[in-house]
Write a protein that binds this ligand. Structure first.
Ligand SMILES: Cc1cc2nc3c(=O)[nH]c(=O)nc-3n(C[C@H](O)[C@H](O)[C@H](O)COP(=O)(O)OP(=O)(O)OC[C@H]3O[C@@H](n4cnc5c(N)ncnc54)[C@H](O)[C@@H]3O)c2cc1C
Length: 416
């Protein structure tokens, strides 16, 4: 075991949440160590961005990379009904008069590598092939980590604050018994890639399409660079596994039954494995403790129907980094120093979750809801593009009333 210098902060995990936390802390002049298990580039799902990620990218200094990356530009989202009827695309520029109205469909292996390199360029010490095995604790307070470094010994590092950005591995939440599954969002996803499949013309070339299947399941269809399409089906476990557990057969069956997906995939060639992900909703009972914070999927995972995951990873990374910087200035890194961070990220998650719950409600339609509440349309748009800093409460109240009326659980399942 080697002893080592202490850091202001150690970030565990170098996905978008960890890279953002490390970058912002380094920009604040803090001494940061980021430990990432894999060697980048590595595969990751989560390719479609929300418009308001733009502001995090601006702060991190990575907008130029995105603009030059060749990533398809996402101007819109469109929905296809089970009968094959296509909605008018929802173009972000119709409501957002800002450059952020155009966002991107990203290849995560390239994007995550760029984000990690950017953290290093901004001053964070980044080590890949470094698996954190455990956190060091003194009483209830986290004071460092133990990590296995590829080709080296186990190392111990101490820091004033540790940030868990381990994604769906949920290192701290699992260790502390803080992880709670979301019983209302118990879906699975089966997903893969096609080369040469159909793209819609013109402005819609980079659109995300959400195509419904029965029982409020849905396909995503996301055009990526290099003539690749990311496509996946999300639905209840019981629905997808009703005849077979073979992911290939399930995917083919559902794609055959969904005309829009079938026609769009027809000219393409299937590439790579069929992947399966379960455990679609969970959260930790707290976002911070003495000497540590949780960010991104390490804190909570929400169904991806509105492409909120990377946005939440970036947002929580920024908020946590600012909170840690202030706490270090104050010389107090106990849990209460992170109360504002925890409150804000929980509120953002609650807001998204409530809209996701509405999406899955069998009797709910956004069209009918807006018909009944036309004044709430701008707030609904704000929520769907990630503009969550303003007051979404009237929208959430109206959705909550609707969901209670239809006997569905409101968004309070996120509360501890
Ligand atoms: C099926 C599906 C579809 C999705 N689609 C979208 C989408 O279209 N748009 C969107 O915005 N989001 C989407 N998401 C969500 C998105 O993938 C995540 O929200 C996002 O990647 C979270 O970033 P993160 O940094 O928190 O975690 P991750 O990106 O998972 O990064 C965590 C990192 O921690 C590392 N790590 C883990 N354990 C350790 C350890 N012990 N020591 C060191 N390193 C460790 C891992 O190697 C990994 O690199 C989707 C998710 C799923 C499952």
């Amino acid at each position: 075991m080697m002893s080592s210098p202490s850091y202001d902060a150690i970030v565990i995990g170098g996905g978008p949440a960890g890279a953002t936390t490390a970058t912002v802390l380094a920009q604040h002049g803090r001494r940061v160590l980021l430990l990432e298990r894999e060697s980048f580039p590595r595969y990751h799902i989560g390719e479609s961005l929300m418009p308001y990620t733009w502001f995090s990218f601006e702060r991190l200094g990575v907008l130029d990379w995105l603009k030059q990356s060749g990533s398809p530009i996402k101007h819109s989202v469109q929905f296809v009904s089970t009968s094959g009827k296509i909605s008018q695309p929802f173009y972000f520029f119709e409501t957002i008069k800002h450059e952020c109205a155009s966002t991107w469909q990203i290849l995560r292996s390239d994007f995550d590598k760029m984000m990690l390199e950017n953290a290093a360029a901004k001053g964070a010490e980044v080590r890949q092939g470094a698996t954190v095995r455990d956190v060091l604790m003194e009483g209830d307070r986290v004071v460092g980590v133990e990590a296995d470094i590829a080709g080296s010994d186990r190392e111990t590092h101490r820091a004033k604050v540790v940030v868990d950005a381990t994604g769906r591995d949920t290192l701290m939440a699992s260790r502390l018994g803080w992880k709670r599954r979301d019983p209302d969002l118990n879906k699975i996803a089966i997903f893969t890639y096609f080369a040469g499949a159909m793209r819609d013309p013109g402005l819609d070339e980079g659109a995300t399409t959400v195509a419904y299947i029965p029982d409020k399941g849905w396909f995503w269809y996301i055009p990526l660079a290099n003539d690749t399409i990311s496509v996946g089906v999300v639905a209840e476990h019981d629905y997808l596994y009703r005849e077979t557990r073979d992911p290939e057969m399930i995917f083919q069956r559902e794609a055959k039954g969904c005309r829009w997906i079938r026609e769009h995939l027809a000219p393409g060639t299937h590439q790579g494995p069929m992947r399966v992900t379960g455990e679609f909703g969970y959260h930790a009972t707290a976002a911070a403790g003495d000497g540590f914070c949780l960010v991104g999927d390490a804190f909570s995972f929400l169904d991806p129907v509105f492409s909120s995951g990377v946005f939440l990873a970036l947002k929580s990374g920024e908020l946590a980094a600012d909170a840690i910087h202030a706490a270090l200035d104050d010389g107090d890194v106990t849990a209460t120093a992170f109360d504002d961070y925890a409150r804000e990220i929980r509120h953002t998650l609650d807001s998204f979750r409530q809209i996701v719950m509405a999406f899955y409600d069998q009797t709910f339609s956004f069209g009918a809801f807006i018909g009944a509440h036309p004044d709430l349309q701008p707030l609904l748009v704000d929520a769907l593009v990630g503009n969550v800093s303003g007051g979404l409460q009237p929208l959430l109240d109206a959705l909550g009333t609707f969901l209670q009326r239809t006997d569905r659980r409101p968004a309070d399942a996120m509360s501890p």
